[in-house]
Ligand binder design. Structure first.
Ligand SMILES: Nc1ncnc2c1ncn2[C@@H]1O[C@H](COP(=O)(O)OS(=O)(=O)O)[C@@H](OP(=O)(O)O)[C@H]1O
Ligand SMILES: Nc1ncnc2c1ncn2[C@@H]1O[C@H](COP(=O)(O)OP(=O)(O)O)[C@@H](O)[C@H]1O
Length: 202
């Protein structure tokens, strides 16, 4: 019997079919690939491209996209530091469940604060290291324009901080001033997963 957070008198229940059984069945190892970066840096594009690449290799993945989750699970959260922390915590927990289910979970969220990212253990961080100028130039949603005009307060990179990772598994950035294609980036991440043994079960 234990007490966790605000829950008292709770019990952990084990099931007969476990994580290893599911991984063997799927011939892959569950994990969480966590893509962090500024708005417009290409997180969602990479997440979907990686999902497609893994699918073509017969591997089961699932994308948890920050923007999408804010339509449901996280719709009660805004963009204050406290809400962003709770956002990352929740997605970290959901990612952990997906990994336990044996899937390759691809989480793509700005996740601007180092402490919040560090609190999600066992994730494989991928840093979209795109300069603010590139993201702002893209401005597909027009949010940077609104933030510059003061119509959105606390926008990441403008008047709210983005703390770059100090040590991440993969850093994707411009090469000679040019952004590699999403397919190239996805290939790089998929190769990394292959090299680390996530794409099969021995
Ligand atoms: N103030 C502010 N700052 C940053 N982003 C904002 C803000 N307001 C709205 N948006 C939109 O919300 C998307 C980011 O959601 P996330 O859940 O990834 O953010 S966070 O990780 O909790 O910081 C983000 O999506 P992406 O552009 O895909 O990153 C924006 O579309
Ligand atoms: N590797 C890339 N090269 C060129 N443009 C890209 C690349 N990745 C994304 N984009 C473009 O940048 C814009 C923002 O991408 P998106 O994936 O929505 O970013 P984020 O999820 O980080 O906000 C989109 O118009 C997208 O087509």
């Amino acid at each position: 019997m234990s007490t966790v957070g605000n829950s008292t008198n709770i019990f952990w229940h084990e099931c007969a079919v476990g994580n290893i059984d599911r991984q063997k069945l799927l011939n892959q190892k569950g994990c969480v690939v966590w893509i962090t970066g500024l708005s417009g840096s290409g997180k969602s594009t990479l997440a979907c491209s990686l999902g497609r690449e893994l699918h073509s290799r017969g591997k089961v993945s699932y994308v948890l996209d920050g923007d999408n989750l804010r339509h449901g699970l996280n719709k009660n959260l805004g963009f204050s530091a406290e809400d962003r922390t709770e956002n990352i915590r929740r997605v970290g927990e959901v990612g952990k469940l997906f990994a336990d289910a044996g899937l390759i979970c691809i989480a793509s969220l700005i996740s601007p604060y180092r402490n919040d990212r560090d609190a999600c253990r066992a994730m494989l961080p991928v840093f979209m290291n795109m300069p603010l100028e590139v993201c702002e130039e893209r401005d597909v949603k027009g949010l940077y324009k609104l933030a510059r005009a003061g119509k959105i307060k606390g926008f990441t990179g403008i008047d709210d901080p983005y703390e770059p990772p100090l040590n991440c598994e993969i850093e994707l950035t411009l090469a000679d001033g040019i952004c590699p294609s999403p397919i190239d980036m996805a290939g790089q991440v998929a190769s990394y997963l292959g090299d680390k043994g996530f794409l099969h079960y021995d």
